[in-house]
Design a protein around this ligand. Structure first.
Ligand code: UDX
Length: 432
């Protein structure tokens, strides 16, 4: 099939390459000319394991190309995926729908009658129903098909998703999308056919549940800290109950990134508009628990520096919101780095992939080219993003460069016994 992907950010670039992998002819469209030029040259403007090679393969074969014209997309294809972003509005909880409205607004002017427009962006419930009439007026049909990909596993999650959710009013349009996904559906993964509001809600409900699971275990970490219990053992023990499961129960600095924080906030805002704010008011607690972990990490660093960070040197290991990503949107690691700096510390940050993004967005922080250099003369080392590189750091090598052997493990993946045996004062969130 011939299809277009409107918006070639994280989601769109991955989706476009994955559709080419399924055997389709794909045109990716974005308003950002620099981004399009890079993608057309087979380069990915962000770090995602395997994506650059995957994309370059399909650009080279001619199955995948990129451009800036939605009019060309309308000429080229009768199936269009809208993959533009819905960031949090400045100064508000609600999602900013500027890009979604603009993408659909332009598409409906250029599509041919009979075309199918597929919304993949994460939107407030009710958006699809609002957009559907303009799509119908253009003689086309709308389908809502939320995306669940995780950064770091984007290709895998797109080609082998846990489920496909399709919200549609129009049978024919739904079948066109099923045909496009036929090789994935043939593997037997569950397909949930539903209406627009359910499809939109599935996405925010899933992200709310994941955020709740993380904040639940982080709330237990707070109780563990007050009682001397160990949250990692607690998580292992409750995770053995198959009704609970052991995934997304890693206590620590909490969630960040471009999805979970903004999606739960946008959900609260939308629920307020719908008059059901009470139904999701618990999400405010989820958000608060999450933010408290960042403050607690700064407290631990300060406690290790005898009650004041003023004039102290802090080494921050990690800047990305999670490993295998260079994404620093709402990064807990950088939030902690900035907070320690505000309390008077001299902060040096190192991250294997996110240094460029961090330097651009936070030029007041200092950066070092290696973990060891970031730790030179440090009074306290903060381990804030669990890259595997940090797990293999030797306590002895680090001891040779720091001023004081103080380390806070914000992600509970380092071995306390090993660090303590090497003479380190070791603290971790939720652990004795
Ligand atoms: C998430 C959802 O998983 C994905 O389905 C959705 O489409 C987009 O949002 P992503 O933001 O890539 O994906 O990250 P994810 O792997 O879900 O992690 C989110 C955050 O939670 C990270 O900051 C991570 O460090 C944190 N986390 C995750 C924990 O603190 N503990 C855990 O046990 C798991």
């Amino acid at each position: 099939m011939k299809l277009s992907v409107i918006g070639t950010g994280y989601l769109g670039a991955t989706h476009a390459a994955a559709m080419a992998e399924l055997g389709h002819e794909v045109l990716g469209v974005d308003i950002d000319e620099t981004k399009v030029a890079r993608l057309a040259a087979g380069q990915v403007p962000f770090y995602e394991p395997g994506l650059a090679e995957f994309l370059a393969k399909h650009v080279a074969s001619g199955a995948l190309r990129f451009g800036t014209s939605v009019a060309e997309a309308g000429e080229f294809a009768d199936l269009h995926f809208v993959c533009v972003g819905t960031p949090q509005k400045a100064g508000e909880y609600a999602a900013d729908l500027t890009y979604v409205n603009a993408a659909f607004g332009t598409l409906v002017q250029h599509v041919r009658p009979g075309a199918v427009l597929v919304g993949k962006s994460t939107v407030p419930v009710g958006t699809a129903a609002r957009l559907a009439s303009a799509v119908r007026d253009a003689g086309a049909a709308l389908v809502w098909n939320p995306e669940f990909l995780r950064e770091g596993f984007a290709i895998e999650d797109t080609l082998r998703p846990d489920r496909i959710v399709i919200g549609a009013e129009d049978e024919t349009a739904r079948r066109v999308l099923e045909e496009a996904y036929a090789p994935i559906i043939a593997t037997g993964i569950p397909v949930v056919l539903t209406d627009f509001p359910t499809a939109e809600l599935v996405k925010v409900a899933a992200n709310s549940f994941l955020a709740t699971k993380i904040s639940f275990i982080n709330a237990m970490a707070e109780v563990c800290e007050a009682t001397g219990a160990d949250v990692t053992q607690l998580a292992t023990a409750i995770g053995h109950d198959s009704r609970i499961g052991n995934k997304f129960l890693r206590a620590g600095l909490g969630f960040g990134g471009g999805c979970l924080p903004k999606d739960i906030r946008a959900f609260m805002a939308r629920a307020g508009e719908l008059g059901v704010d009470q139904a999701v008011s618990f999400l405010k607690n989820i958000d608060e628990i999450n933010m408290r972990r960042r403050a607690r990490t700064v407290d631990l660093a300060r406690e290790m520096c005898d009650g004041s960070l003023a004039g102290r040197r802090v080494a921050v290991l990690g800047a990305a919101f999670k490993p295998e990503s260079d994404d620093i949107r709402d990064s807990p690691a950088l939030d902690v780095a900035l907070a320690t700096q505000l309390q008077g510390a001299a902060v040096r940050v190192y991250d294997p992939q996110a240094m460029g993004n961090a330097k651009d967005s936070y030029p007041t922080l200092a950066y070092s080219p290696t973990a060891l250099e970031a730790c030179a003369d440090a009074d306290v080392v903060l381990h804030l993003t669990e890259w595997s590189e940090f797990r293999s750091l030797s306590p002895d090598d680090l001891a040779a460069v720091v001023r004081e052997r103080n380390i806070v493990d914000g992600r509970s993946v380092l071995d306390p016994a090993m660090w303590r045996a090497a003479g380190w004062h070791f603290r971790a969130l939720g652990r004795p």
